[in-house]
Ligand binder design. Structure first.
Ligand SMILES: CC(C)(COP(=O)(O)OP(=O)(O)OC[C@H]1O[C@@H](n2cnc3c(N)ncnc32)[C@H](O)[C@@H]1OP(=O)(O)O)[C@@H](O)C(=O)NCCC(=O)NCCS
Length: 306
């Protein structure tokens, strides 16, 4: 699903900028509903604001059951940067002039664009930060692979969608291993992509469990790309939340045989600092959601966009 979403965003950004575009920033998003075999997934993406070479894009994924009922699965905002064939930013060869109806959406996207500028101020330094943040975590996995031509969209640049699919696969594997059963992706935290992956690079993904709740866990992923002759680059650090589910897809508590993972123990500074929503806030959200006829996840998703 993440790969499809990143790809549809790339299509929108490429069309708008009339040339190649790469995924540069993916905002936090939640998966509200599962998609089951036999259901159709409908993906939509639109450019809402354009800077000099970057674009604010909104991506929506809905599912359609065989009866024709459509439901939102997830909605994400992201930033794409127009690049030349070597991956160097280029000016966008188009102008976005919002109509009166589009004005509100346009202004919101412009606000996101300005806030993003502050978040990525240190990007030129982060590109060379090769420290392993998963080091010392008790539940950890590391995997390396070659980036091949089939992973690339444009020239020799690996698509953001392909990288997201690799991350989901490795994190999903760790989540399943920890819980001893199935686990589904619940949310993906905001992720900045500092450096591209090129065909021929060796891509190393390091993953570690940073937080464990009753049925959910947070997994940190860190990606390094190494060229045959070039310097190693830090591509991104991402945080995925997985939920352990039973055979009918409902959240299930971790089996009591799972080793405990306390906040004090091997959890990362991030999980401790930012934390997940407290249980009390979560209950309150559920109550409000029930009153409005919405699930707590959907309500949180809506609130996080305002
Ligand atoms: C995106 C990228 C090309 C930007 O390179 P850069 O040298 O930082 O670019 P610049 O400083 O010239 O900034 C160019 C524009 O990109 C924006 N930008 C740069 N990094 C960004 C990021 N991580 N998120 C959002 N916007 C970003 C800048 O704000 C600027 O916007 P504007 O021109 O509209 O004002 C570079 O960081 C990169 O290649 N990242 C990896 C992209 C990728 O391959 N994604 C898929 C991963 S497999």
């Amino acid at each position: 699903m993440l790969e499809w979403m990143a790809n549809i965003g790339t299509v929108a950004a490429t069309r708008f900028s009339r040339g190649p575009a790469v995924l540069a920033y993916l905002d936090r998003h939640f998966f509200i509903r599962p998609v089951r075999l036999g259901e159709f997934v409908i993906l939509k993406a639109r450019v809402e604001y354009a800077g000099k070479s970057s674009m604010e894009v909104r991506i929506e994924a809905s599912k359609e059951s065989p009866g024709g009922k459509q439901e939102l699965v997830t909605m994400a905002t992201a930033s794409y940067v127009a690049v030349d064939e070597y991956g160097v930013p280029r000016p966008i060869n188009n102008v976005l002039e919002p109509t009166n109806e589009e004005r509100r959406v346009y202004e919101e996207a412009r606000k996101r664009y300005e806030e993003r500028k502050i978040k990525i101020e240190d990007r030129k330094l982060r590109r060379f930060d090769l420290t392993d943040p998963t080091k010392g975590l008790r539940w950890r996995v590391e995997s390396s692979r070659w980036a091949t031509p089939s992973d690339a969209f444009i020239g020799n640049l690996v698509s953001g969608g392909r990288l997201l699919a690799w991350l989901d696969e490795i994190a999903g594997l760790l989540a399943a291993r920890y819980s001893g059963g199935a686990a589904v992706t619940g949310s993906v935290d905001e992720t900045a992509f500092y450096a591209p992956i090129r065909v021929g690079d060796i891509v190393t993904i390091r993953a570690g469990i940073t937080y464990v709740g009753k049925a959910s866990m947070e997994i940190m992923l860190d990606v390094i790309a190494e060229g045959a002759y070039g310097q190693a680059r830090h591509v991104c650090t991402a945080y995925y939340t997985y939920i352990h589910v039973d055979s009918s897809g409902r959240p299930a508590l971790f089996p009591s045989t799972c080793p405990a993972m306390t906040m004090k123990g091997s959890c990362s500074w991030r999980a401790r600092k930012e934390g997940r929503l407290g249980m009390r806030s979560w209950r309150r959200l559920r109550r409000c959601g029930r009153a409005l006829g919405l699930s707590a996840h959907l309500l949180l998703l809506i609130l996080s966009h305002y």
